[in-house]
Design a protein around this ligand. Structure first.
Ligand SMILES: Cc1cc2nc3c(=O)[nH]c(=O)nc-3n(C[C@H](O)[C@H](O)[C@H](O)COP(=O)(O)OP(=O)(O)OC[C@H]3O[C@@H](n4cnc5c(N)ncnc54)[C@H](O)[C@@H]3O)c2cc1C
Length: 597
């Protein structure tokens, strides 16, 4: 059975040493976050992940969710008890406002803790993750009356949340949706329609489920301009704020699927279900985007989570499995063969995964702190810069971390040879579970289009200029520092490739938008590589500085410097061929007639 240990030391190094969380002390929620308190929180979260959530991961996958004859949905054995532990420990509302009974801590903490929970048990982690997204959307856009009904219950974890966008004929293109909303005399709405693929749509973990539902009000315009957002509880809420009678919301069936079997993916039927409008009529997508952006970051974290869990297990296996001898002579002559970790190809695989994981975690910390800054700073200039960063990096994180996260689970499975294909080792579960983050919350092709079509040109390219400007300044600041050359020189080349590809889009894609569509996935991955390379350069700088001051753990620093060098040597050069692909445009792929495929 696979094992998992939360990388607490990594998280703390990033928060304290690389991104200096101290600098945010004046922001709400950051005031008391001393290194000791941070350490206590992450140690505790890591314990919960390793001791409570991980042991029910494989069994949860094998057992799955069930629909009983009475239509109710059950989660796998152990999920209810584990959820109660999570809820009673206050983990669901760690970053919810104190006014709603939450702990008011930065969202960064929740995001990083969710990495541990999803590494331990991806399917389980989604129940609380969706509640946090629903809470965020309601907190920004709901009326006080609606908030008074739902916020405390979501923050405490007593009730869970969902997002209901997808319909049978309508996935990416939300303008096609048909679910209907009819105004009632009391100002509420009655919602009717069918949604499919709804994660955590129904289950036995909470007494009520708060559905955020996109629907079209009678007479609203066609397309996305006629879409509104509603909150529709599974059970109505009585005058005292308690769950009362049922509300015309039922789970029609459970989807049979490839992975995340412990999460109930439901067909949801809304039959004159009573709900309330969130935000303005016909501006539902704007309101839903609060939840979708939260969820995109959460899904990006899932990509890292499964990659980390797969890596940890592959390392254990590579140390234990005895096959063949080292190319440079036996390293363990007393054994029948050397462990496979002596072989360069196995090391290439393990270092590829780990050098990605550590930089991906840094990218998440950097962006999560910007997200908190964007929401909590009173300084309008800092707020705008942080929002720009968040908006630009969200599709990159979602697309790159989940694409690479999946690739990494396959690579880790390969370390096991045939045993990776056999269920009991748990590696094939990681592969199956890691597949869905590439698809939901906007398939990764759509993330690439969002980056190229919307995020790059926004505000005259302001966010991109700031991003490249910061990297350029860092490279310049370390131009004469010999120890930093292995990190900044390859980064400089990669950033030049990214700049050249951006320029190519500017010169060619306006005239022919297919060029942008054809190059967008390569561009997104170039963006990811440059971002991850920059994270390595920053981590390397801190390690070198701490080493020169005789501070910290020498082995930890040396390992990091090796991993950063490996990433710069083996991964960053990928920007060169991706740039060529972008610059080759769309002609060969667009010329063939559709009926010739
Ligand atoms: C397990 C699971 C859980 C889910 N959970 C939820 C949930 O909780 N709530 C919810 O609302 N939905 C959920 N979904 C739905 C998910 O978000 C959608 O499946 C996803 O957004 C893609 O929509 P689609 O499946 O209709 O694909 P389509 O929109 O039909 O897309 C098919 C392919 O075409 C590409 N494509 C589409 N349009 C374009 C375009 N304009 N340009 C280029 N390429 C394009 C896409 O990238 C994709 O590769 C879930 C799905 C699954 C499988």
């Amino acid at each position: 059975m696979p094992a998992y240990k939360a990388p607490v030391k990594e998280t703390l190094f990033l928060l304290n040493d690389v991104f200096n969380i101290e600098q945010y002390r004046s922001l709400r929620g950051f005031e008391d976050l001393s290194p000791d308190l941070l350490s206590a929180i992450f140690e505790e979260a890591g314990k919960l992940a390793g001791e409570v959530l991980q042991p029910i991961n494989l069994s949860g996958d094998q057992q799955g969710c069930k629909r009983l004859p009475d239509g109710s949905i059950t989660t796998p054995d152990g999920f209810i008890a584990a959820y109660n532990t999570l809820k009673d420990g206050g983990w669901v509302g760690l970053s919810a406002d104190e006014a709603h009974g939450g702990q008011g801590l930065p969202a960064t903490l929740t995001i990083l803790i969710n990495e541990y929970f999803a590494s331990a048990n991806l399917a389980f982690g989604m129940y609380a993750g969706l509640s946090q997204g629903a809470y965020a959307a309601l907190n920004v856009h709901a009326s006080d009356d609606v908030k008074s009904k739902f916020m405390e219950k979501l923050a405490s974890g007593e009730w869970t949340g969902t997002m209901n966008l997808t319909e049978p004929h309508c996935g990416t293109d939300l303008g096609l949706l048909r679910t209907k909303a009819v105004r009632a005399d009391d100002g509420s709405y009655n919602i009717s329609g069918t949604k499919i693929f709804i994660s955590a749509g129904d289950h036995d973990l909470a007494e009520n489920i708060v559905h955020l539902v996109l629907a079209r009000i009678e007479g609203a315009p066609e397309g996305t301009k006629g879409v509104s957002l509603f909150v529709v509880p599974k059970r109505k809420v009585d005058a005292d704020g308690n769950a009362a009678e049922t509300n015309g919301v039922t789970c029609g069936s459970l989807e049979e699927k490839m992975g995340i079997h412990g999460n109930a993916t439901c067909v949801m039927n809304f039959d004159d279900a009573n709900g309330w409008l969130i935000g303005e009529e016909n501006r539902g997508l704007k309101a839903m985007f609060v939840m979708m952006n939260e969820a995109r970051m959460g899904v990006a974290v899932q990509g890292l989570s499964v990659s980390e869990a797969a890596y940890q297990n592959a390392v254990t296996y590579a140390r234990d499995r005895l096959q063949g001898r080292s190319l440079t002579g036996p390293k363990f002559p007393d054994k029948i063969a050397d462990p496979i970790i002596v072989h360069p190809d196995i090391r290439r695989t393990l270092m590829s995964i780990r050098s990605f994981n550590e930089a991906a975690r840094a990218l998440i910390v950097w962006t999560a702190l910007k997200s908190d800054e964007a929401h909590r700073t009173p300084d309008s200039d800092a707020r705008q810069k942080a929002s720009d960063h968040l908006s630009l990096l969200t599709p990159v994180l979602k697309g790159v971390l989940t694409d690479r996260g999946f690739d990494n689970t396959v690579a880790a499975q390969q370390v096991y040879g045939g045993h990776g294909y056999i269920s009991e080792w748990g590696m094939e579960q990681f592969v199956r579970d890691a597949r869905i983050p590439m698809i939901y919350e906007g398939a990764n092709g759509i993330q690439a289009l969002d980056l190229v079509g919307r995020k790059l040109p926004a505000d005259g390219g302001r966010a991109l200029q700031a991003f490249l400007g910061e990297i350029g300044m860092f490279i310049q600041a370390h131009a004469t520092d010999e120890d930093m050359q292995p990190f900044v020189l390859p980064l400089k080349t990669a950033a030049e490739d990214l700049q050249a590809a951006t320029m190519w889009f500017m010169q060619n894609a306006l005239g022919n938008p297919d060029h942008a569509g054809a190059g967008s996935t390569d561009y997104m991955h170039m963006f990811g590589l440059v971002s991850l390379g920059y994270m390595w350069a920053r981590m390397a700088h801190v390690c070198l500085q701490q080493k020169s001051e005789g501070k910290g753990d020498v082995a930890f620093h040396d390992d990091k410097l090796l991993l950063g060098t490996f990433f710069a040597e083996r991964h960053l050069p990928e920007t060169a061929f991706r740039r060529v692909r972008v610059e080759n445009g769309s002609e060969s792929m667009m010329k063939m007639a559709a009926d010739r495929f």
